[in-house]
Design a protein around this ligand. Structure first.
Ligand code: PMP
Length: 393
């Protein structure tokens, strides 16, 4: 059947993470590999109550079709939250999507022709690489580090560039956990201002800050060129698949057509449950609880790393989010460590798939949000032993 497949789908390799995690299904394995929020923090009762309440109040309406843009009161809440943060976003610039992942797909559908250049931070979010690969994008990567984007590398990438899009996760990036400093954001905005490139600020983790100061959104620095992606997955629940895209009106018209063609609208029932939940509960208080737990889990992981990892192994210290990024000495490939770690029943994601240029062989991603503190201690202790075995030979 292979000859029947489109060029589009044939060009996308199966998810490397899914492939390697097939070996990590053993329940005995301590997994730092996933990217899951902590399920103990899901507001189960409050969502159950919100569901009952909307059935009681509006039983028929909540089961009907709705408009493509999404439930207006929910979009109004999102706009109000941006306003609270000092970011100017109008309600008609917001489209509710099936998670921010669909935002990436819609942007690909509306903007990318075969061979079009997309600038992407490296390491970068695998889901964005996959989403744009489907539209046969040609990637041009720009390195990110502790401070944010490598500005000289960005300037070089922009010389003669026709990139329509540049993809960034400036807050607690997936996979590296790093955040762009305000100076770095300013410099990135200055570089792009003279171009026609649109900047995607994908921000699913931005509210989950447990240290440091809030940073300026690209939307404030480069308002005409910035597209925002947001998500309820990490601050409420991922299963509703609800996120949003903020785009200038001309682009929004095309995004709405693309979404209409794809699925008519995001799940209206879940939009209504979520809206009711947000109406009757204090989201900021809920987020504070999440931050408290993740901050503690990160600290436990960091202290265990300091205690257990060989000193040639370094890590980047995140100020929020769900991930911590580890760099091994050049001589050690994370895939080899992975094989040995699985024998000791501990898993992580080797850094390779997050690089479009495949340069990150000696890096790995650790997730701390979904593992309890005692288990983090045990898992990092095991991983430390594996690293010592490989490096102290
Ligand atoms: N962007 C980034 C950077 C992510 O890490 C994720 C989830 N892992 C997503 C987008 C997609 O999230 P969702 O579709 O659940 O909103």
């Amino acid at each position: 059947m292979n000859e029947l497949f489109s060029n589009r789908i044939s060009s996308v390799p199966p998810s490397f993470i899914r492939e390697i995690l097939k070996v990590a299904v053993d329940p005995q394995i301590i997994s730092f590999a996933g990217g899951l929020p902590n399920r103990d923090l899901f507001p189960v009762e409050a969502l159950q109550k919100a569901t009952n309440d909307i059935f009681n109040d509006d039983g028929k309406d909540i089961l009907q079709y709705t408009g493509t843009e999404g439930y207006l009161p929910l979009r109004e809440m999102i706009a109000a939250d941006y306003k609270r943060k000092g970011i100017d976003v109008q309600v008609d610039e917001i489209l509710i999507t099936n998670g921010s992942q669909q935002g990436l797909d819609l942007l690909g559908k509306v903007l990318i022709n075969e061979g079009d250049e997309v600038l992407i931070e490296e390491p970068g979010y695998l889901g964005a690489i996959q989403a744009f690969e489907v539209y046969l994008a040609k990637f041009n990567s720009v390195a990110v580090g502790q401070e944010g984007m490598d500005i000289p590398a960005l300037k070089e990438a922009l010389i003669g560039s026709k990139a329509k899009l540049m993809y960034t996760v400036p807050n607690f990036q997936n996979p590296s956990g790093i955040s762009y400093t305000n100076e770095n954001r300013q410099a990135v905005a200055d570089c792009l201002r003279e171009t026609t490139t649109l900047l995607i600020e994908d921000n699913p983790y931005g509210d989950l800050r447990f240290a440091g100061e809030e940073k300026t959104s690209f939307k404030s620095l480069l308002p005409e060129q910035t597209i925002l992606l947001g998500s309820f997955s990490k601050i409420v629940v991922p299963s509703f698949r609800l996120g949003w895209i903020v785009a200038p009106k001309v682009l929004m018209e095309k995004l709405v057509i693309a979404k209409q063609a794809g699925d008519l609208h995001s799940n209206y029932f879940c939009q209504r449950v979520l809206h009711r939940f947000l109406l009757d509960n204090d989201l900021q208080a809920h987020i504070k609880k999440i931050i408290h737990v993740y901050g503690k889990q990160k600290l436990v992981m960091e202290n265990a790393i300091k205690r257990c990892f060989p000193e040639q192994v370094t890590y980047l210290n995140p100020e929020g989010g769900m991930f911590l990024w580890v760099t091994l000495p050049d001589s050690l490939a994370a895939m080899d460590v992975f094989d040995k770690a699985i024998e000791q029943k501990v898993a992580f994601v080797p850094g390779d798939p997050f690089y479009v240029t495949k340069r990150g062989m000696n890096t790995l991603r650790l997730n701390f949000s979904s593992v309890d503190p005692e288990v983090i201690e045990e898992g990092i202790t095991r991983l430390g032993k594996v690293l010592h075995d490989l490096l102290d030979k």
